[in-house]
Design a protein around this ligand. Structure first.
Ligand code: NDP
Length: 250
């Protein structure tokens, strides 16, 4: 049976202007979703939208700073009102402000918590109402192996990513009976802007510690998000899936 535009599931992807978020957005569009692309800057989002449309998919853009809690909540509400529904939420946007714990400022701590954890909570809380109305939802929070095993210099980032895991399990328990799943995809080291400044010695150490002997690609993560956000993944919830080439195996 042909799918009409009305049947199309709507996915919102934060941090869709580049890196993992861009690959996830393009993959979900290829899966037949209408994708709402979010980041702070309109220009790069429009370029991703054009790429999706060239490939035969559909997308729209929403410029928003997810670190501004009240503005972010309004932006998600506007998306739901404009699109009439929200079925898939991918909280992907994230930042790092690395420093050793003894030197970490309150601002370095709080900005990472606000963007990486609080923004995901606000989006989940806002999206859940729409998902409950549709009796279907897929929440995918992009964590990190740092949130599972910790990482020196990343007390703020690891706390935010570990927080995502606890939050996701709680949401999964609260909403599982309503057709809504919530999972964390925790990438290992993936080649993006975020990791482009790592010294070659660190990259080599990561490669040696990774069973697959390579850094991951953005498409490795997009493939996992595609599955957990699919209609067929309705019995998978509350999980943290480390897509890390066998770096942690936990
Ligand atoms: P990038 O730095 O390449 O991209 C980050 C994205 O987030 C951009 O689209 C950026 O857009 C957006 N963003 C950042 N701050 C905000 C904000 N305040 N409001 C709205 N959008 C924002 O990151 P990656 O693709 O590497 O990482 C994506 C996710 O994967 C993150 O959550 C990260 O923690 C996680 N991750 C990445 C790993 C890696 O090795 N790369 C490893 C483990 C986890 P703009 O600047 O235009 O707003």
């Amino acid at each position: 049976m042909a799918t009409t535009d009305q049947d199309k599931r709507v996915a919102l992807v934060t941090g869709a202007s580049r890196g993992i978020g861009k690959a996830v957005a393009m993959r979900l569009a290829a899966d037949g979703r209408h994708v709402v692309l979010v980041s702070r800057t309109e220009g790069p989002l429009s370029e991703v939208k054009a790429l999706i449309e060239e490939a035969g998919g559909s997308a729209s853009c929403k410029a928003a700073d997810i670190g501004d809690g009240a503005a972010w909540q309004s932006a998600v509400e506007e998306v739901i009102s404009d699109e009439g529904r929200l079925d898939i939420l991918v909280n992907n946007a994230g930042i790092t402000r690395d420093n050793l714990m003894l030197r970490m400022s309150d601002d370095e701590w709080q900005s990472v918590i606000d963007v990486n954890l609080r923004a995901a909570f606000i989006a989940c809380r806002t999206a859940a109402r729409s998902m409950m109305r549709g009796k279907f939802g897929r929440i995918v929070n992009i964590g990190s192996t740092s949130g599972v095993i910790g990482n020196s210099g990343q007390a703020n980032y690891a706390a935010a990513k570990a927080g995502l895991i606890g939050m996701t399990k709680s949401i999964a328990r609260e909403l599982g009976g309503k057709g809504i799943t919530a999972n964390v995809i925790a990438p290992g080291f993936i080649q993006t802007d975020m990791t482009s400044n790592l010294p070659e010695s660190v990259v080599e150490t990561v490669r040696k510690s990774t069973a697959c002997s390579r850094l991951g690609t953005v498409d490795d993560i997009a493939a996992a998000v595609s599955y957990v956000s699919s209609d067929g993944a309705g019995y998978l919830t509350g999980q943290t899936i480390c897509v890390d080439g066998g770096l942690t195996m936990c």
